[in-house]
Each structure stands twice: as structure tokens, then as C-alpha cells.
Write a protein that binds this ligand. Structure first.
Ligand code: GYE
Length: 304
């Protein structure tokens, strides 16, 4: 973790708003774009002093980071929660200290009176969109493997749920499912295992919970002498640059977008809450989806 030291006692530098941001880590291209968006929005020019922490996807380290924000007396806390469960105590501590909490990106299972607001994406709908594409495009018996995101994270849980419901009663059979931790290396390693176990001929479709794991799977499939996007089809979620390029190149077959540019809305929510304005508990940002042809049209104009 990389907590930047700052003096305690709410406020910090001049009349800047001191915000502690507990990021998950740096697991994916999506995460890099999200971190950049947050750092841009929580800049000094916009009136903020940002204390940034990336927890390397360790839930206990992330909770410690939030506790350290509380003891530093920050004005507000923003969290991208690694996992959904386990937040009640530390959110209650922030509430007792009168420090507002805004969640961005991922959700928690805690009661929503333990935080002020959340801005992010509809992960279940993303899974549904991916699953509907699969159900429509695979009418013959299809053997599918799944590369899951971080175990216990909202996007891994919800993307599985949405997808599974959408393929129910279809020709697709899920033969295996394992976490690749949302990373390229993780996706590659898990896919290598699947290829060893079932052979390239025994797998028709990969559902990857994010583009990075799909990109790792592509490496594993190519190393096994098969052609990704043809011998083994791939559907993934995020629509980051490298994923979109693989889609244009025909190595991924369909991508559902997940917009990482949440910084401005998160910063706006912090200002509103500190200003005692009413905010909703949840703000959903809309996503689209892309075929190869659609990706080719937009790839050069995408901001991430
Ligand atoms: O899909 C993945 C990242 O929480 C929506 O986290 C986010 C996910 C995103 O690591 O690439």
C-alpha cells in the first residue's frame, strides 16, 4: 500500500477538501483508467487534497487504509470496495466520526445508511447482455468455461448471476469456472489449466468477467496452437483499448462496456454531501456493447 502521509485534523492544506480514496489496486486496464479519472477529478485545481491508497486487492489492507483516513481526520472518504462483504464496522466508524463516505465502482452488502451515495455500473445487466449475446449466437451444444473476477467482488458476483440467468435453457453448458483475479496473468494461468484439462477441442466459448483476463486467455489459446475468436470464441466485459483492439482483430467476439470514468461524478457527490445537499443513494452510469464491426467504428475515438 502507498499511503501518502498528511497531517491530521480535518482540512489539510488551506481550504482544500481533504479526501481519502481507497482504490482496489491496479489489477486491470479498467482500473488504470478509473484511477486516472479519479486523480484528475480530485485535483487541487478542483479544490481537493487527495490522499490516495491502492490496496493491491487485499480487503484487510483496504479496510486499514479507510481506518487511517478516519484517524487522519479527512473531510470525506471515497472507496472502490474490493469485496462486497465485511464493511459494516469501518463504515460505522466513519459515520461515528462524521466523515461522509461515497462509494464508487463496486457495491457493498452493508445497509445504505452506512454510506452517503454510490456511483457505478449495473454489473448484473452487463452479465445479462453478455449472456444474451451468447444464447443468441450459440445454438449448437456449446462447452463454456468462465474466467471469474475477484472472488467476493460485486462485479464477479453480479456478472455471473446476470449471465447464468440469460443462458438458462440455451445450448450452452458451463463446464468450468474459476477466478483469474481480474488480471491478465490470472486469466492466462486459469485458461492454461482449462486447456490442459479439456483440450482446445473440448472448449467452444470463454466468458471472461473482464477484458484483461480475456487477453490472458488469448495468449494461452494461441500457445496451445488454437485460434482465439475462431476455434474458441470469447465474450468479455469492460471495452478498454486493448480489449477493443482484440475485438477488432477478431480474437474476442463480443464486448460489453463498463465505463471507468467515474471521477467527476464522485467528486461532485463529495462536494454536494459536504454542502448538505440531498443526493440519491445510487447513481447508475449507462453502458453499451460492441461487435467487431461496431468496435472498428469507435475504437479511435474512445477516451480509454
Ligand atoms: O471490470 C475490472 C476491474 O470493478 C467494474 O474491476 C470494476 C472491475 C472491472 O478490475 O477490469
Amino acid at each position: 500500500s502507498n499511503d501518502e502521509a498528511s497531517e491530521g485534523g480535518g482540512g489539510g492544506g488551506g481550504d482544500l477538501i481533504k479526501v481519502g480514496f481507497a482504490q482496489t489496486g491496479s489489477e486491470s486496464g479498467w482500473r488504470s483508467a478509473n484511477t486516472e479519472s479519479m486523480k484528475d477529478a480530485f485535483s487541487e485545481e478542483n479544490g481537493f487534497e487527495l490522499v490516495f491508497n491502492a490496496a493491491d486487492n487485499d480487503p484487510a489492507a483496504q479496510i486499514s487504509a479507510v481506518r487511517s483516513f478516519i484517524s487522519q481526520g479527512v473531510d470525506a472518504i471515497v472507496i472502490a470496495p474490493i469485496v462486497e462483504d465485511g464493511w459494516d464496522d469501518v463504515l460505522q466508524e466513519a459515520k461515528d466520526a462524521d466523515i461522509p463516505v461515497i462509494l464508487e465502482d463496486r457495491t457493498v452488502t452493508s445497509s445504505d445508511d452506512l454510506y452517503n451515495s454510490w456511483v457505478g455500473l449495473d454489473f448484473k445487466k452487463e452479465g445479462t447482455t453478455a449472456g444474451e449475446w451468447a444464447a443468441e449466437n450459440f445454438k449448437e451444444p456449446t462447452k463454456m468455461v468462465v474466467l471469474e473476477g475477484t472472488t467476493g467482488s460485486a462485479p464477479a458476483n453480479d456478472r455471473a448471476e446476470g449471465f447464468d440467468a440469460a443462458i438458462e435453457g440455451s445450448a450452452i453448458e458451463k463446464i468450468d469456472s474459476q477466478t483469474g483475479e481480474f488480471t491478465r496473468d490470472g486469466g492466462k494461468t486459469v485458461m492454461e489449466g482449462f486447456l490442459q484439462k479439456y483440450g482446445a477441442d473440448g472448449i467452444d466459448l470463454v466468458y471472461a468477467h473482464n477484458d484483461d483476463m480475456a487477453l490472458g486467455a488469448i495468449e494461452a489459446i494461441e500457445a496451445a496452437g488454437a485460434t482465439p475468436g475462431e476455434d474458441i470464441k470469447i465474450v468479455s466485459i469492460d471495452a478498454v483499448k486493448d480489449g477493443m483492439q482484440a475485438l477488432v482483430d477478431g480474437k474476442i467476439n463480443f464486448i460489453v462496456e463498463c465505463n471507468p470514468l467515474l471521477g467527476e461524478q464522485a467528486a461532485d457527490l463529495v462536494k454536494k454531501v459536504l454542502d448538505d445537499q440531498d443526493v440519491e443513494k445510487a447513481y447508475y452510469v449507462a453502458d453499451q456493447s460492441f461487435t467487431k464491426e461496431q468496435a472498428a467504428e469507435v475504437i479511435d475515438s474512445r477516451p480509454y
